[in-house]
Design a protein around this ligand. Structure first.
Ligand SMILES: N[C@@H]1[C@@H](O)[C@H](O)[C@@H](COP(=O)(O)O)O[C@@H]1O
Length: 260
């Protein structure tokens, strides 16, 4: 796990570089995408590179981490619509290249299985970007999630629904109670994971993720078992890290040729 503490624009540049290096090497790479506010600066930087420097996503495929259950197809907070708005419609993905779990399926369990199958058939995710919830959830794997879980239906915690109410006009009752989410084992199969967190509200979750014991109580801690994770945090999100000075000196000494 590499932890980098830097300003938000530097974090976005680092993550965008990882995507760019992958796509220049493998234009048909499989990208893991996430909603939420944390990756937005990364998406903006990727759009800039697409517009100004010709970075192309035309042969790439992408899989979202999660989806609310039951939001109408055209609802602006349906995560497939969110990712189109925030990122994929702003670049040149081919039609149908971006998928998410089907939160409108009649048979939700079957939709979860077929989503796992689709990721596997694509060859697995090469590079997964993600944020982290204030309660330590990744994707929508809430505290108590099985560390070996696959894509499935989950019930959101009141904390997560309250955190996400800002996307629903501040009305927590409009936030769905259920979601479909890649499981922790699904996430762990991505070959490289870049987790971005900014702000004081993420400090506890980041401390647990990096320095806590691996526990279903803080689902993100499973990433300690992954061989290639980049944790990109600003000073506020890093404020509870006991090893912050070490991470700062490591980054200051990072070889120029070494990407994430
Ligand atoms: N399902 C998403 C997660 O994928 C995201 O990482 C998290 C943090 O969101 P934000 O980045 O807006 O803080 O919340 C949501 O609930």
């Amino acid at each position: 796990m590499e932890v980098i503490i830097a300003k938000p624009d530097e974090l976005a540049r680092l993550a965008a570089c990882a995507y760019e290096q992958l796509l220049r090497r493998r234009p048909d790479a499989v990208l893991g995408l996430a909603t939420g506010s944390s990756p937005l600066a990364v998406y903006d930087e990727l759009v800039r590179r697409h517009t100004d420097e010709g970075l192309s996503f035309a042969q790439a495929r992408a899989f979202n981490l999660d989806e609310y259950v039951g939001l109408p197809a055209e609802h602006p907070q349906r995560y497939l619509n969110v990712i189109r708005h925030d990122f994929t419609d702003r670049v040149d993905f081919a039609p149908g290249a971006v998928q998410g779990p089907d939160g409108l399926a009649d048979d939700l369990a079957a939709a979860c299985t077929s989503y796992e199958d689709a990721i596997a058939a694509a060859g697995g995710v090469d590079l997964q970007i993600m944020g982290i919830g204030t309660d330590g959830h990744i994707a929508f794997n809430e505290p108590g999630s099985s560390l070996a879980s696959s894509t499935r239906i989950k019930t959101l915690t009141e904390q997560t629904r309250a955190d996400n109410a800002r996307f629903f006009g501040g009305d927590v009752d409009k936030v769905p109670q259920h979601c479909l989410t890649q499981g922790l084992a699904t996430v762990m199969r991505a070959r490289h994971i870049v987790l971005v967190a900014t702000g004081r509200s993420k400090a506890d979750a980041i401390h647990q993720l990096v320095e806590g014991p691996v526990s279903a109580m803080w689902p993100g801690t499973i990433l300690q078992h992954h061989p290639h994770v980049s944790v990109l945090v600003d000073t506020a999100a890093a404020s509870r890290l006991q090893l912050a000075d070490y991470f700062r000196s490591t980054y200051a000494a990072k070889p120029a040729w070494q990407g994430l």
